[in-house]
Design a protein around this ligand. Structure first.
Ligand SMILES: [Zn+2]
Length: 450
């Protein structure tokens, strides 16, 4: 008799497997993915053909009802200290940088903690189980953001893993007080060194900024996660310099570069040279498809060409209703869909490429493994009520269940009543735990008999 499972996800669809499959979970790990057996005739089931022949050896069963079961998602680039802070902006301040600075000058630890918690819980409900957070460390807000996000991280440790980057948003040469604060941040719980060289005055100061970031990383033995060339401006060239510095320091595979927007507007010969340097340095690139700075779009880098050169490429959210960006959902489907559109993916497998930007490649970018569900790995999963990636990426209202290490930790339900009445999507995913819930943000459900 095989050992009892903790959870059986029944009759789901897993990318790469034909037909309906069952996902077997024990001790927080996926221990098998195997075809769902047809229901024997006359056993009393309703005949939907979905039930397994012998589902009884699991303590709990989650009926996926033919829905897609995916590996959970990774958010490789987000700023939770700033979450939902836009309302704190002074009236009439149009410039994004000045506005963001004015907002963070008012941060307090409890305020950051509460806003970050709200964002991290939203990410979890959307299917995210790992997130890399950039947190401002500078003379404006000191270590307030760090302490707030550290407190929030502790309270959501059961939902998702949060890595923290100490991010000198105001510069290092421009803001000399940021230097000792970064050191203090790395001693107080930040696990990575961040940077943004382009904020410094002039090319030599920008290069000095990059060198200082690596100096700090070497001193503390951490990896680097650095904002580079964040606008579609061909004069921004810090990605190429950072790739060279990565090789010089022997930091291959330990550097994430985010944004890298100027690459999009280099001429093709320059772009090819920089992409080759990035590939040689094994610098991972996180593009930010949803973001928009005041005055225009930021561009999307060149995710297709980077990936073709062998670079690990992922997509991140960056901001959510803060001084830099008014919108944002922390929904991996949104960033994957926007990247799909923005990058002009059209080849065979384009939808899978878009999926990977927020799933396997996003995990790989921040130190995890690539790929989808794998036997022997953590049962960090998302169950959708739609059958395939294309429908999930399309963003129609629906339900999702997030599992972390085999336990249901989040539910999201965007079905419900609209101006035109209830949306009649399948009521699958009702097999275990509590129903969708009545938390904030969930539309009211009109009673049929009212
Ligand atoms: Zn950022």
């Amino acid at each position: 008799m095989p050992q009892e499972l903790d959870l059986l996800i029944r009759a789901g669809r897993v990318h790469g497997h034909d037909g309906l499959v069952d996902v077997h979970i024990r001790n927080g790990l996926v221990v098998a993915v195997q075809p769902t057996l047809p229901v024997p005739a006359g056993d009393g089931h309703a005949g939907d053909g979905h039930a397994t022949a012998a589902p009884a050896e699991a303590r709990e069963v989650l009926d996926a009802g033919g829905g897609l079961v995916s590996r959970s998602f990774t958010e490789p680039h987000y700023h939770p200290d700033k979450a939902y802070s836009r309302r704190l902006a002074p009236e009439g301040m149009a410039d994004g940088f000045a506005r963001a600075r004015a907002i963070k000058a008012g941060f307090t630890v409890p305020d950051v903690t509460e806003r970050a918690l709200r964002a991290l819980r939203l990410a979890s409900a959307n299917g995210v189980t790992a997130l890399r957070a950039n947190v401002d460390v500078d003379s404006v807000s000191g270590l307030t953001g760090l302490h707030g996000v550290l407190a929030a991280r502790e309270r959501v440790a059961h939902l998702l893993d949060v890595q923290i980057v100490a991010f000198p948003q105001e510069g290092l040469l421009r803001d000399p007080l940021a230097r000792p604060l970064l050191v203090e941040a790395l001693r107080s719980g930040a696990g990575l060194v961040g940077g943004w060289p382009n904020v410094e005055e002039g090319a030599e100061a920008q290069r000095a900024h990059v060198r200082e970031v690596f100096d700090l990383a070497e001193r503390f033995g951490t990896d680097v996660d650095i904002h580079l060339d964040c606008e579609i401006d061909a004069t921004q060239t810090m990605l190429e310099f950072t790739a060279a510095e990565t090789v010089r320091r022997g930091y291959q595979g330990r550097v994430v570069a985010s944004h890298c927007c100027s690459l999009e507007v280099y001429d093709d010969a320059d772009a090819a040279r920089v992409i080759a340097a990035v590939a040689e340095a094994d610098v991972r690139v996180v593009v930010v498809p949803l973001n928009l700075v005041d005055g225009g779009p930021r561009g999307l880098s060149r995710p297709r060409q980077l990936a073709e050169a062998g670079v690990v490429v992922a997509a991140g959210s960056d901001n959510l209703n803060d001084g830099w960006y008014a919108l944002g959902t922390l929904d991996p489907m949104d960033r994957a869909r926007t990247a799909f559109l923005g990058a002009g993916y059209h080849d065979e497998g384009a939808l899978d490429t878009a999926w990977d930007l927020v799933c396997g490649q996003a995990a790989a970018a921040i130190g995890g493994r690539p790929g989808d569900i794998a036997v022997g790995e953590d049962a960090d999963l998302v169950v959708f009520d739609v059958p395939d990636r294309a429908t999930a990426l399309a963003g129609v209202p629906g339900r999702r269940v997030t599992l972390r290490r085999g336990r249901v930790v989040g539910r999201r339900d965007t079905t419900g009543t609209t101006a035109y009445g209830p949306i009649g999507l399948t009521a699958a995913l009702s097999g275990t735990g509590t129903p969708g819930g009545t938390g904030p943000g969930r539309p009211a459900q009109e009673k049929a008999s009212a």
